[in-house]
Design a protein around this ligand. Structure first.
Ligand code: FE2
Length: 299
């Protein structure tokens, strides 16, 4: 059993129109639109489904917000692994099958799923960077018409109650075989999929008394695309939740926006990559949220 990536995010929303408009402006590709369900895909074939918050097929959520992420479905590399995982999970929790997804809940009550991965290759343009006498972008200009079209969903983040932290994190590490990348005593635990290299595909933020979905993060090509995507969202009237910056843990460029479908979304680029040679870092004090931020890049 090897989990490789986020395969599908299922939101329950109070306002389908607002949720659909938000993800349309975010730049993911719309594949289905209706009053009860709207569906988007990333360029690597991950699905974002919006359903009405009172849809009976949706699992409960510990998040008090009415519009929120109701199920995060993780992609598994092969059918044997999926079966092995299902049998293991059934020892101590209910596992049901729905539309090809094995459905269950984590230790905090967040709806989860497992399904076979179905990635699609996509061409990613690497824009060369000129510096001093190194001139890889000779006679080529930066495209002034570029628009963000997220390549993939990189990670999801939940806030979890501090008292339940050890149990919550152990479930992902021991049962779903995530790897720990960084852990801060006052902040939380950054974990990556067994079959992936991102610094984190999952971050559990430890809070005093709160279980809630926090954000989903979408990779774009580079820093320019983080800024171009965010600038477009602001022009469309969506509210930013942070200014742009660069994280310390994970090192990725970021820009967060408030999502009417639930929580926040983040554009990210250039995250640290780790394999099993990486030794998890345990921090007594968090090294901080950002290497740098700007007050407002678009005013
Ligand atoms: Fe993030």
């Amino acid at each position: 059993m090897t989990i490789t990536r986020v395969e599908k995010l299922i939101y329950g929303v109070e306002n389908m129109k607002a949720g659909g408009n938000y993800f349309r402006d975010w730049g993911v590709t719309e594949v289905e639109s209706g009053p009860e369900q709207t569906v988007f895909r990333t360029r690597t074939n991950q699905t974002i489904e919006l359903r009405l918050a009172d849809d009976p097929s949706l699992p409960p959520s510990p998040d008090p917000a009415k519009s929120t992420l109701r199920r995060a479905v993780w992609g598994v590399r092969d059918a044997d692994g999926l079966k092995e995982m299902s049998e293991d999970l059934a020892h101590d929790r209910e596992v049901t099958e729905l539309d090809g997804v094995l459905c269950f809940a984590d230790e905090s009550g967040n709806g989860l799923g497992l399904m076979l991965e179905a990635p699609i290759e996509t061409d990613v343009e690497i824009v060369p960077h000129n510096v001093n006498t190194t001139e890889p972008r000779m006679n080529a200009v930066i495209n002034p018409a570029a628009q963000a079209n997220p390549i993939r969903i990189g990670h999801v983040v939940y806030m979890i109650e501090m008292a339940d932290r050890e149990k919550a994190v152990s479930f992902y590490l021991d049962r779903l075989r995530f790897r720990l990348s960084d852990s801060t005593k006052t902040g939380g635990d950054f974990m990556r999929c067994e079959g992936g290299h991102d610094h984190h595909n999952l971050f559990l933020v430890s809070r005093a008394d709160r279980n809630a979905f926090d954000h989903a993060s979408f990779e774009v090509e580079n820093f320019d695309m983080v800024m171009i995507g965010g600038k477009f969202m602001k022009e469309k009237g969506w509210d930013q939740d942070t200014t742009p910056g660069r994280h310390i843990l994970g090192s990725n460029y970021y820009w967060y926006f408030k999502n009417p479908a639930g929580g926040r979304t983040e554009y990210f680029a250039d995250m640290d990559r780790m394999d099993d040679n990486w030794k998890p870092r345990i921090w007594d004090d968090s090294p901080g949220f950002a290497l740098w931020t700007v007050d407002d890049a678009t005013s």
